[in-house]
Write a protein that binds this ligand. Structure first.
Ligand SMILES: Cc1cc2nc3c(=O)[nH]c(=O)nc-3n(C[C@H](O)[C@H](O)[C@H](O)COP(=O)(O)O)c2cc1C
Length: 173
């Protein structure tokens, strides 16, 4: 189900699924709102999409150094629990999946959330924030996990540059 022009994607029934962590992070210090969440909100503004934030059952530490240890451990063991499942995606045509880049991949909570869902007939548009890795291997990871989806080109924005990047998001949409 590929549409003819980008305008058609923008006007389809859309859902944004994203993970984002505030607190202390690389290059930005302590922030109240995570970088990926800023982009998710731009997309919501521009497309009127519904939004689901994936929340870890065990919150990550507020300080960056402890957080990276926890994140690495959860990715290595493929073990990360979430507070709430995604639920029924049947009504949606286009699904935006938003993630920070953690060593080329998504935080394990997003993997937990996406696993086992049937994405037949769904268009996925990945977006990530990062500090140098660009998209990393996240589009391929999404292709592996999100069974039967059509995964389109992703958008990568530097976490420290999210404020003021709305135009870039609009161009990508
Ligand atoms: C645990 C952890 C691992 C990270 N690994 C990478 C990485 O490998 N490459 C990169 O470019 N940025 C990396 N970053 C930076 C984040 O991808 C970046 O700050 C992102 O914008 C965070 O998004 P968020 O605020 O929505 O959680 C890492 C950050 C954390 C906390």
């Amino acid at each position: 189900m590929l549409f003819k022009s980008k305008d058609n994607y923008k006007n389809k029934k859309s859902l944004i699924i994203y993970f984002s962590r505030g607190d202390e992070n690389y290059a930005v210090g302590y922030i109240d709102k995570g970088n990926t969440e800023v982009i998710a909100e731009y997309i919501k503004d521009l497309t009127n999409a519904d939004m689901i934030k994936i929340e870890p059952k065990i919150p990550y530490a507020k300080d960056y150094d402890t957080c990276i240890k926890e994140a690495k451990e959860r990715q290595k063991n493929h073990k990360a629990f979430i507070t709430k499942e995604i639920g029924d995606i049947t009504p949606y045509d286009v699904i935006y999946i938003g993630s920070p880049v953690y060593w080329s991949y998504m935080p394990e909570e997003l993997v937990t959330a996406l696993k086992g869902i049937d994405f037949s007939n769904k268009i996925i548009r990945p977006f990530v924030t990062h500090e140098g890795s660009n998209l990393g291997d996240i589009p391929n990871q999404i292709k592996d996990i999100c069974k039967n989806a059509t995964v389109l080109d992703g958008l990568a924005i530097k976490g420290s540059m999210v404020n003021g990047s709305k135009l870039k998001v609009e161009e990508w949409l």
